[in-house]
Design a protein around this ligand. Sequence first.
Ligand code: SIN
Ligand code: MN
Length: 203
Amino acid sequence: MSTAPSLTLRGVDIYQQYLDRAAQQALVEDLRGVQRVAPLFSPETRFGRKMSVQMTSAGKYGWFSDRRGYRYERRHPSGVDWPPIPDSVLAIWHKVTGLERTPDCCLVNFYREGARMGLHQDRDEADFGYPVLSVSLGDDGLFRIGHEARGGSTESIWLQSGDVAVMGGAARLLHHGVDRIRPGSSTLLAQGGRINLTCRVVD
Ligand code: SIN
Ligand code: MN
């Protein structure tokens, strides 16, 4: 199993600075390989608005959204299979969650300056008994956590490059989102911005 989280916010376990700089750089390199096969795209919401976050995925499934709704797809919009989840990502998943089961999807979110993600639940998966694991790279992102039900109070934390967070157990279905990033707060990504990976068991 993993080491203890450095803090827990509403049941979300946060491992601050879990990845050192070299590990972060190796992940960025692996993600470049993912993006070469499956380039970032800007999904549309159900309401036909372009999301400000750009996305792609690795694994058996990729997360996708358009006017037909939110869902997992077997292929990138270009028609190619999603590339495999890099071993570097799987290693973090197994170490931190302690699970043998491999995730089916690693969603890659890219936030440029001004990008945000509204409060939502991750609920397109079949079994909420499995946690969602998140890895932050690059600029700081202001992560907001609410309740399982809509509305009510929220608490926020700046996630930094190298931080890992786990939403599992009673925290699995909490509403969460990213209000904004802090441009220029990290030198990890040459062009700036923030990458967030989330690994999910889908089936
Ligand atoms: C997500 O909820 O898919 C992304 C969360 C984050 O960017 O930290
Ligand atoms: Mn989410």
